[in-house]
Design a protein around this ligand. Structure first.
Ligand SMILES: [Zn+2]
Length: 168
């Protein structure tokens, strides 16, 4: 699996490993959902949504314009372009737990925090156009917190896999 970090595809070097993250995060999400259901936690759906959002659209790899999660935004990927310019994918031990040779976006706490802050800014801009959306968010702040928990869990799983499998 280590060899899959970079892969020549259609003449261009594409970042791979997306499928690995999809499988591991998917299994982890199922495990989390089972635990929450056993504990009769009423916010199971929100945690699952957060994990799905992170895995498919906003994983730590969104700091690279070549990453699949970045391309998953389709034409809306443009909103993440400034983020890719601000945060470099390759870095030097910003992880502190694993040396994944990734930038600060792969830090277990700061990476998720920066993406949530960036995403919140985008929501704020959209919220100016649709004020009712902002009212809904303030009315459902607990759900938002559980979505953020799901994002953090999925990000943590991603960083763990990067540290254990994709280390080179
Ligand atoms: Zn990564």
């Amino acid at each position: 699996m280590k060899k899959r970090l970079f892969n020549k595809k259609n003449g261009a070097t594409a970042i791979t490993g997306y499928e690995d993250h999809l499988i591991v995060n998917g299994l982890f999400a199922v495990l989390v959902v089972i635990v929450l259901l056993i504990r009769q936690n009423g916010h199971c759906l929100e945690v699952f949504l957060g994990m799905t959002y992170s895995t498919l659209l906003c994983s730590p790899d969104i700091d690279s314009s070549r990453a699949r999660v970045y391309r998953n935004w389709w034409i809306f990927r443009i909103v993440w372009r400034p983020y890719t310019l601000m945060f470099k994918h390759q870095g030097n031990d910003w992880n502190f737990v694993f040396n994944t040779k990734r930038g600060i976006g792969h830090n277990l706490f700061l990476g998720t925090l920066f993406r949530i802050m960036y995403g919140s800014l985008l929501f704020l801009i959209v919220g100016c156009i649709f004020p009712k959306m902002m009212v809904w968010i303030t009315d459902h702040y607990m759900a938002i917190l559980y979505i953020i928990l799901g994002i953090w869990l999925a990000d943590g799983c991603h960083v763990l896999v990067d540290g254990l499998v994709h280390r080179n």
